[in-house]
Design a protein around this ligand. Sequence first.
Ligand code: MIC
Ligand code: SF4
Length: 658
Amino acid sequence: MGQTITEKILDDHLVEGELEPGEEIGIEIDQVLMQDTTGTMVWLQFEALDLDDVQTELAAQYCDHQTYQFDFKNTDDHRFLRSAAGTYGAHFSRPGNGICHNVHKENFAAPGKTLLGSDSHTPTPGGLGQLAIGAGGLDIAVAMGGGAYYVEMPEIVNVRLEGELPEWATAKDIILEMLRRLSVKGGVGKVFEYTGPGAESLTVPERTTITNMGTELGATSSIFGTDEKTRDYLERQGRGDEYVELAPDEDAEYADELVIDLSELEPLIAQPSMPDNVVPVREAAGTSVDQVIIGSCTNGGYEDILPAAKMLEGREVDKKTEMIIAPGSKQASEILARQGWTAELMAAGVNFSEATCGACIGIGHVPASDSVSLRTFNRNFEGRSGIEDDNVYLCSPEVATAAAIKGEIVDPRDLADELGDLEAPGIELPDQYDGSKADLISPDEAVDDELIKGPNIGDVPLKEPLESHLAGPALLKMTDNITTDHIIPATSDILKFRSNVPKLSEFTLSRVDETFAQRALEADGGFLVAGENYGQGSSREHAALCPMYLGVEGVLAQSFARIHKANLFNFGLVPLTIDEDTYDRIEQGDDIEIVDDVGEGVRSGQEEFTVRVNDDWEATARLDASEREREILAAGGKLSWTKQQHEGSRGGAQPADD
Ligand code: MIC
Ligand code: SF4
């Protein structure tokens, strides 16, 4: 039987299991990437596992989220990361050099290879045929030490793109259309493979906008085949020799197929405060706009900023609107500066930021109270911009720039009619991506050979093996689609404690209930209760690690987001699935007891557990877990389990010198 692109790459890297949807598979990882706010834990765990050297073909450590270094703790983290990269053999990208996904795409992403990254938008290089997956930091540490990465074999869905994009419709509108149709949980357990003539018509930067934001569908990954456009992109990056041809077999079988006719797309916009709250721009037109930002790993590239520059040539940003450009990489800023576009944009009233995630997680450019911000980013979860009750819209650079010109949301087609001389900028790549590599330090150029830890860099807490009796209060009852931004916010006042779990834990779920952390500590045990898609969004393992530190034993939810569920196993928290009726009946504060012997049940493969509530009524909760996940849970988490494996059967991650 023929294979899909995903199956081909997985087959090449398979070390355990079978490519049957729903089955757990183990795959070999060629490349890993880490960023500054998840990377510190990765290296601390790498150290705790007694690993000596990076074992993957390539590892890259980026400093991108908190590059302004407001606090010495951020700078200490960056210094620690540089020292870890040098000590263990990873590339190091200095703060300000750009967002991990952009810099990785430019320098290292390679078709046909596997990439695992400690950031949920790791699937970005799927746009050039790399199978890239986001995961929690501990999974990265193990993979970097040579261990396999385990994941549920996804269903592969064919997204057939027909036709070509009309003027003013962009790649961002393709992924917004996917979100409009499928919602933020429509991709859980799936890989989206983009095929067809419409896919062929898109350049690599357009494709990576789609694969990047596929994360907002909850997908395991998204990928395109490779072709002349891929070769061309790699050649312009000076890496033409890394081109590999990749296409699905003609008789490849997909679990499902979706068709999008690109010629029917129009400019779309995600309204506050979920990426799937998508409507045509015309429906939101007329809303006054206070702030416009072009940037992020979705639309912060050269190819995204250039359209804004062309649209603003000879014009100015409306007086009541502030426009900021935060380039995704220094390569993009450098090329734009050399071409003179930066000066043009500045003259039009645009404020330039260094290449950073920044505003995407509320670090800098926090919107004014009761204001509207239009961003080319991928997430607009409530409060993520740094202020509660924010009004953040997500759109293409063209729609964002049109709003900056008019001072209100406007369909760029209508603005073009109104102005008469505004042309659709289209997409244009530079002849050569010839930015300097001064900020990228290869393992051979490393400046450190031992770890440098500042006072804020703590240890990784460990959990005891799973107990047989679990009981405690329902500490917090939450709704559907709770994000990891709710669980551990990423704003700058909190982000600086990512390497200090005791301190960071004080902020756990503060966005839902400020009293939570204190109550959880006092209860010394207990459960979280949630609706559908619990833990969507970021890969941050702190969203499991901090509740674990506060004594939470498990989560009862109607369903879980993929990366967060893996993180719960990794830190020894029991993820139990409950039905809607049980969810409706449980109240916050209820006494919850798992009637069965949990330790024994988890070890023996038991799938259903009886939950007794207030000693009054009972319900059934399911544990969907592989044998390996059960062992990890029983051991009290993956760190303890991996150590045991190493001491015992020599499985899992192996120290490099063995
Ligand atoms: C995000 O976009 O939410 C982040 C910040 O990049 C996170 C990583 C983190 O929490 O550090 C992600 O996407 O995984
Ligand atoms: Fe950075 Fe935002 Fe991309 Fe996350 S989504 S990697 S915070 S730019």
